[in-house]
Design a protein around this ligand. Structure first.
Ligand SMILES: C[S@@+](CC[C@H](N)C(=O)[O-])C[C@H]1O[C@@H](n2cnc3c(N)ncnc32)[C@H](O)[C@@H]1O
Length: 320
């Protein structure tokens, strides 16, 4: 068994104060919004894993297809000794990369979900003698302190999670990734691609209702952490394609007029009948936009691969 270390780089009370700040700002603003990172307590992480196996949710299968075909090329091009994976979750697909990266010294999975990190990190360390697994509980949108491990570094950001950031947040995020890299280090980025609206909406509104349960889980998190009295059954799960921004929005729509109390914030929020709370944006990309955004951050696009059906892309870019 290889060494497994888990470091909580967020200060003890950071999660609590960040949740309070996000809920206060998001629920008192117009339109009402919440950042998607609060879906992922232990239950939310389990529900996301369930989503990845749903027939309607093609991104995981499409990205796995690319990783299976291209991990050898990625390993050869990057020569990585340290793999840092942001928003690693279960690290399931990452196994294909780890198989190919034969000279790897340390794998650094980073996630806000401590339960997902512990489960995945322990399993990987047990399976792969000789690989150091140093997990970080951290927020990839904040300044991260990474362990001093040998280069070259490869940062992986899979699952299309970059689409959950708004355009200005994406620019700041990509600049912060560039700052983690030395010239010649690389970023492997998974981006879901623009496609037929029906296919997209179905992927975020499955027949079995797993995505609806995942969406409503954020209300359970706020109830538990801030003593709120959200009734998840009083909201409907909605997935909408915004053609102008080319992103899917997940929303929770209030069935009736209702007041929700959040005692930890001394706040009462009135939702009108049919009023939406936006819980996630999931941007879909075109090749040119990905290239431009990487370029603006000082990352030079080197490779672009899609699955056979052209649904999802992986790109490899190199720090200038
Ligand atoms: C859409 S899932 C993708 C998981 C996995 N990479 C995959 O491809 O299946 C997003 C992951 O990012 C994590 N996450 C979301 N926001 C985060 C943030 N701000 N900082 C760190 N992790 C975050 C979640 O806990 C979750 O594991």
């Amino acid at each position: 068994m290889s060494p497994f270390r888990l470091t909580r780089t967020l200060p003890e009370d950071a999660t609590d104060s960040a949740l309070r700040a996000d809920v206060l700002q998001g629920l008192t603003g117009s339109p009402r919004t919440l950042p998607p990172k609060w879906f992922y307590d232990a239950r939310g992480s389990e529900l996301f894993e369930e989503i990845t196996g749903l027939p309607e949710y093609y991104p995981t299968r499409a990205e796995r297809e690319i990783l299976l075909a291209r991990s050898g090329e990625i390993a050869e091009a990057s020569g990585a000794r340290t793999l840092i994976e942001l928003g690693s979750g279960s690290s399931e697909k990452t196994r294909h990369l780890l198989d190919a990266l034969t000279g790897l010294h340390t794998y650094v999975p980073v996630d806000v979900s401590e339960s997902a990190l512990t489960l995945a990190g322990r399993a990987l360390a047990a399976e792969r003698p000789g690989l150091n697994v140093h997990a970080l509980v951290d927020d990839f949108t904040s300044h991260m302190t990474l362990p001093g491990t040998p280069g070259p570094r490869l940062v992986a950001f899979l699952g299309g999670t970059i689409g959950n950031l708004l355009p200005a947040e994406r620019a700041a995020f990509l600049a912060s990734v560039r700052a983690m890299l030395a010239p010649g280090d690389a970023l492997l980025l998974g981006t879901d691609l623009v496609k037929d609206e029906k296919v997209l909406v179905r992927a975020y509104d499955d027949a079995a209702g797993v995505t609806a349960a995942f969406n409503k889980n954020v209300l359970t998190v706020i109830n538990r952490e801030l003593g709120a009295d959200f009734d998840p059954a009083a909201f409907d799960h909605v997935a909408v394609w915004d053609a102008e921004h080319e992103w899917i929005e997940m929303r929770l729509r209030s069935r009736d007029r209702q007041t929700v109390k959040i005692p930890a914030l001394d706040l009462a929020v009135v939702f009108g009948a049919g009023e939406d709370l936006r819980t996630e944006v999931s941007a879909k990309f075109r090749k040119e936009r990905v290239r431009e955004e990487l370029d603006a951050a000082g990352l030079e696009s080197a490779r672009w691969w899609t699955d056979e059906e052209g649904r999802f892309a992986l790109s490899l870019s190199v720090a200038r």
